[in-house]
Design a binder for this molecule. Structure first.
Ligand code: FEO
Length: 404
């Protein structure tokens, strides 16, 4: 690819963005990436020129062209791999072969993960948390952030430029030609950052306050945050905002907001779901009604992030809950949301297992069912719809009382 077409973007005096923009991706391991994404990589023009992270394999040539727009790629002396997931390491071995650096570093778990991905005897050196990497006229310090997002994850702090390369943390899936958060619409940033947190980081949210405290205690006070996806933060107020948002989301405090999600075969469960929503709304709580005819599992997960209640409905088909409901519940269970209350409803023809199956998943997820489940044969009558309304109302009351 042509270096006069695919160019680097300067981030600080001696740091350049050399990543790739993926405008067309819509499925990122089950996450609907409706606005595409970027795979960010960064070039540090130290005496020992350093590349931080690479990109997904098909974007290797875009990465190399952007590097070549600044320097001869053969001049790279050091590569740091902050995270082994293939959206950041897919072309790592190819890049190592091409530029022949003097040293490549990853965390101890990173070396193990990269070996499992690409085979043994990789020319990659372990660097432990708190250790420095010599770049000649400057040095970088790494800090492991295990499970954020994988066991191998680490961040790299470059004090000379006051920039923290935060890998997945503080990222979002958002393709754009604007490289900096202050150039983008705040509402889009808010939504995509929350969606990323809910779908990528939520299972390990309880680790986040401690990691952020450790970063502060290590004297890391960055002027720039450079994640591996989406825009770079360079304004103090933007950095403060994303830090505060992470601490807030990590708490998972129950809010007066309910997510109602369901699917339907012949309209009965839909009618029940709409009645549940009316009951919730009558208590003045925010209601997100997410019929699975249109809502994607990752959008349901996003709405749950700041909700206090989850209510799920399903018809029974062939002795099971509806496939779309099973899909969303399997996904959400894996994200381990906390502090939710909720309820269950569903319709059936003759066997009616879906409600019991949902109750069982709720119990596994420790979602307190604060209203009696509603189960209706074939088509709900007026009394049945009132029971659905009451289910919503009971949960709505619980949410508003919890907030008092
Ligand atoms: Fe962007 Fe966990 O990879």
């Amino acid at each position: 690819m042509n270096k006069d077409v695919f160019k680097a973007v300067q981030v600080t005096d001696r740091v350049y963005w050399v990543g790739a923009i993926d405008w067309s991706i819509r499925d990122f391991h089950g996450y609907l990436t409706g606005r595409g994404t970027t795979y960010n990589a960064f070039l540090v023009l130290a005496d020992k020129i350093t590349l931080i992270d690479t990109v997904k394999a098909p974007y290797r040539n875009e990465l190399m062209a952007r590097i070549a727009s600044v320097i001869d790629p053969g001049d790279i002396s050091v590569i740091i791999s902050n995270h082994s997931e293939m959206d950041h390491s897919g072309c790592l071995i190819d890049v190592i072969d091409t530029v022949a650096p003097d040293a490549v570093y990853a965390s101890p778990m990173g070396v193990k993960a990269l070996t499992r991905h690409f085979g043994p005897n990789l020319p990659i050196t372990e660097v432990k948390s708190g250790e420095s990497i010599d770049m000649g006229n400057m040095e970088a310090v790494v800090m492991e952030t295990r499970m954020l997002h994988w066991p191998d994850s680490m961040v790299t702090w470059l004090p000379a430029e006051s920039i923290l390369f935060s890998q997945d943390a503080f990222g979002m899936h958002l393709a754009s030609y604007e490289r900096f958060a202050d150039e983008l619409d705040d509402a889009v940033l808010d939504y995509e950052a929350a969606k990323y947190f809910a779908n990528i980081l939520l299972p390990y949210a309880q680790l986040i306050p401690k990691v952020m405290e450790n970063v502060g205690n290590a004297g890391i006070k960055p002027s720039v945050i450079a994640p591996d996806h989406g825009p770079i933060y360079r304004r103090g107020e933007d950095i403060e905002y994303i830090f505060e948002s992470y601490l807030e989301w990590a708490k998972q405090e129950p809010a007066p907001k309910a997510v109602v999600t369901y699917d339907t075969m012949w309209g009965s469960t839909d009618l029940m779901g709409r009645s549940v929503c009316e009951g919730l709304a009558s208590e003045g709580v925010e209601v997100k009604s997410m019929s699975l005819k249109g809502a994607h599992r990752s959008d349901v997960a996003t709405e749950i992030l700041d909700a206090g209640a989850l209510i799920v409905g399903s018809p029974t088909i062939n002795n099971n809950m509806f496939p779309t409901v099973a899909d969303v519940m399997s996904y959400i269970k894996g994200l381990k949301p906390k502090n939710l209350v909720g309820g269950v409803f569903g319709s059936y023809g003759w066997s009616g297992e879906s409600v019991g199956q949902l109750e069982s998943i709720f119990d596994t997820m420790k979602i307190e069912r604060v209203a009696e489940s509603v189960k209706v044969q074939y088509v709900p009558d007026e009394d049945d719809l009132k029971r659905c309304y009451d289910l919503g109302k009971t949960i709505g009351k619980k949410l508003t009382e919890a907030k008092k």
